[in-house]
Design a protein around this ligand. Structure first.
Ligand code: TXA
Ligand code: MG
Length: 343
């Protein structure tokens, strides 16, 4: 398939992209979190194409993207008061709510669950594209399954060129990690995937909100509430190892590992912070950003992991990141990318 590349600033291009959606084709579009791989959520054949293009397991349901908050009434069977409060506080934005689904939502989107995940993206091009398409858009992140989510046009091309009808190009994603997913069908609500909307922000609006334990530990299939939890995720091709300890211990462990590595033919790398880069003299050293700026680090994570791949790095030591409300999502993705491998 020849993939059409559409410049986001091209109004005719957005109309063409909308036509492709109406015709049952796949279109990649930018959002504030990561790029999405979209299809008409009501077109079952189009939705099936998403799973094929991504190589995604069929039991991992999709998020439906809406142009405006009011559209939620068509897709959710009921809207608890607390869901309304979150809509008012965080939509449009990087928050996905899981709600009881309306009968019109196809099983192919929800992988047979009786709930549906909904989000209104806060990105002018995403909004214009969904409006023009005239239907809700089912869209996972626009990466091949298991790869880091795409935050730049070139990542989408690496993964999906030739596998989708069109790609709408835009500037790099502002947030760089996928949306917060919160299950609103239980009381108290449970965060299934941390994201840019933090637990503290959610609790300020709702009071008690729980964090699914599966977000911070290796999840068995039995424990996975959100089907996406059980799959290996976001991984670079090289082996990623998170190095834990005090700052001094982390530095020592990585320096020792790099010294050992000199004897090996493999290519080694370090994912450091701006402040710690100078600690390492061997291997390929890449900074995630400043440790004083968690949002910068979050924005950079996936693109840095892909850079290690481009450079053919086979073993990557990542410095652990101190946990607090603002780093939870970043740590969740880093640990998953490392498949919970620690040194
Ligand atoms: O920021 C984002 O959310 C991006 C952009 C494109 O919007 N999308 C995204 O989609 O990250 P995806 O498919 O990569 O992740 C969706 C997550 C998966 O972990 C999936 O299991 C979960 O949401 N999910 C979807 N529907 C669900 C449901 N009904 N119940 C529980 N979890 C659900
Ligand atoms: Mg994804």
């Amino acid at each position: 398939m020849k993939t059409r590349i559409i410049d986001a600033s091209d109004k005719d291009g957005l109309d063409q992209a909308a036509q492709l959606i109406k015709a049952g084709d796949l279109v990649v579009f930018p959002t504030e979190t990561v790029y999405g791989l979209g299809a008409d959520a009501f077109n079952v054949e189009a939705v099936k194409k998403i799973f094929i293009a991504k190589g995604r397991p069929g039991d991992n349901p999709l998020i439906i993207h809406l142009a405006k908050s009011e559209d939620i009434y068509d897709l959710a069977a009921d809207l608890p008061q607390k869901a309304r409060q979150l809509m008012d506080a965080f939509w449009p934005g990087p928050l996905t709510m899981v709600l009881k689904k309306a009968p019109c939502v196809p099983d192919e989107v929800t992988s047979g669950l009786d709930t549906v995940a909904l989000r209104v993206p806060d990105h002018p091009i995403a909004k214009a594209f969904i409006e023009r398409a005239g239907c809700p858009i089912a869209a996972p992140s626009a990466n091949r399954s298991g790869r880091p989510s795409p935050t730049e046009t070139k990542h989408v091309l690496e993964d999906l060129d030739g596998r989708v009808a069109a790609i709408i190009t835009a500037s790099d994603a502002e947030i760089g990690l996928e949306s917060t997913v919160i299950d609103m069908t239980c009381e108290p609500p449970v965060v299934l995937r941390p994201g840019d909307v933090t637990l503290a922000e959610l609790r300020r609006v709702l009071g008690q909100v729980d964090l699914s334990p599966a977000t911070m530990e290796e999840t068995t299939i039995e424990k996975a509430i959100s089907p996406g939890m059980k799959y290996s995720h976001y991984s670079p091709q090289g082996q990623l190892i998170v190095v834990k300890g005090s700052p001094a211990e982390i530095k020592d462990k990585i320096r020792r590992a790099l010294r050992q590595a000199k004897k090996s033919p493999m290519k080694y790398g370090v994912l450091s912070r701006d402040e710690t880069m100078a600690n390492y003299q061997e291997g390929i050293i890449i900074s995630l950003g400043s440790q004083d700026n968690p949002r910068e680090m979050a924005k950079n994570l996936y693109s840095r992991l892909r850079t290690f791949d481009e450079l053919g790095v086979e073993v990557i030591y990542a410095e652990d990141i101190p946990m607090d409300n603002t780093t939870l999502a970043l740590i969740n993705r880093l640990y998953k990318a490392a498949a919970y491998t620690f040194l």
